[in-house]
Write a protein that binds this ligand. Structure first.
Ligand code: TXA
Ligand code: MG
Length: 360
């Protein structure tokens, strides 16, 4: 099938394109669309056959449930069995925005959407194109990130095309995603609200509003046999083709270690990429350096992470040496994604061990 891209510059002037996208949804087809986090691959959430096409197009395992996207607060009512007060408080404060809430599902949500779970993930995105597209479609939209399963999530329409060309009929192009990392997933069915996946609505923002909030232990650690509460977290996700190694330590030590490793890998004929920050970039004389942003602005670093990983692939880099970022504020989401991209390979800058095997 041919994949068309329709650019939306103005949601009023370009409403023809949005109506066309809505028509495809009503006909049980897939449409990729921009959100403020990453691009989503949408289908009518109430149509099992349409949702099945999402799993096929992405090559996504059937046990990984999808997020249902809505455009109005009241749309949540028929999707859930109960709406705790805390959910209402969070919705009023953070919706539309990058916060997904896990709630007890109602019977209108097909099992294929929730991978058979008794709960459903719901969010209201704040990108104007997403909101209009959902509204025009007239149904809740089930949508994972619009990448092939296991790849880095797309933050531009071109990224979506790179992964799904020929597999879906339409991509709505709304420019570069502002947040750049997927939404925070917050489980409200646990005793204490629990962050299953950190994102743009940070732990600090949530505790300020709610008091006690937990972070699932899988956020910065491999699961090692424990059951994933958020099934998506068990997969080696967000992986570029290049092997990623995270280097941790004090800034000076980290720079020194990355320079040593770069030297060593280059001697082996390996093309090295360095994922640096404004504060450190000038200390790297070799390797292909990409800058995420300033360490004082973690939200900006977060918005550049996925495109930097894709860019390293385009540059033919074999190994990426990534600087450790302080896991607070948006830094927690950055490290959650970076450690998964690295399959949890972390080198301690202070230790004397160098390198380790390159996967080749
Ligand atoms: O920002 C985002 O959340 C993007 C945009 C498109 O909205 N979507 C996205 O979807 O990242 P996806 O499918 O790539 O990630 C959804 C995550 C997965 O880790 C999945 O396991 C988890 O949410 N999830 C979905 N339903 C769940 C449920 N009922 N219980 C626990 N985790 C759930
Ligand atoms: Mg995804």
């Amino acid at each position: 099938m041919e994949t068309r891209i329709l650019r939306i510059n103005d949601i009023d002037k370009d409403c023809g394109a949005l109506l066309e996208a809505a028509k495809l949804i009503q006909a049980g087809e897939l449409v990729a669309f921009p959100t403020e986090t990453v691009y989503g691959l949408g289908a009518n959430a109430l149509n099992s056959g349409a949702v099945r096409k999402i799993f096929e197009a992405k090559g996504r395992p059937g046990d990984n449930p999808l997020i249902v996207h809505i455009s109005k607060l009241q749309d949540v009512d028929r999707l859930v069995r109960e709406l705790p007060l805390i959910a209402t408080v969070l919705m009023e404060r953070f919706w539309p925005g990058p916060l997904t809430l896990i709630l007890k599902k109602s019977s209108v949500v097909p099992d294929i959407v929730t991978a058979g779970l008794d709960t459903v993930a719901i969010r209201m995105p704040r990108h104007p194109v997403a909101l209009k597209f959902i509204e025009y479609s007239g149904v809740p939209i089930a949508a994972p990130s619009a990448n092939r399963s296991g790849h880095t999530s797309p933050t531009t329409a071109q990224h979506v095309l790179d992964d799904l060309d020929g597999r879906i009929p339409l991509i709505l192009d709304g420019g570069k995603c502002e947040v750049g990392l997927e939404s925070t997933v917050l489980d409200l069915t646990a005793d204490v609200p629990t962050i299953l996946r950190p994102g743009g609505v940070t732990y600090e923002m949530l505790t300020q509003l709610l008091g006690e909030v937990e972070i699932d232990s899988g956020a910065l650690k491999p699961l090692e046999g424990r059951l994933a509460k958020s099934p998506g977290m068990k997969y080696v996700h967000y992986a570029p083709r290049a092997q990623v190694v995270v280097v941790r330590g004090q800034i000076d030590e980290m720079i020194k270690k990355i320079n040593e490793l770069t030297q060593e890998y280059m001697e082996q004929g390996v093309t090295v990429g360095i994922l640096a920050t404004c504060e450190t970039k000038d200390h790297y004389k070799e390797g292909k350096v990409l800058v995420l942003g300033s360490r004082t602005q973690p939200a900006i670093m977060a918005s550049n992470l996925f495109s930097a990983l894709r860019q390293f692939d385009d540059m033919g880099v074999n190994i990426v040496l990534a600087e450790w970022i302080e896991p607070k504020d948006e830094g927690l989401a950055i490290m959650n994604r970076m450690l998964r991209a690295a399959a949890f390979r972390v080198v301690d800058a202070e230790s004397s061990t160098v390198g380790g095997g390159f996967r080749g």
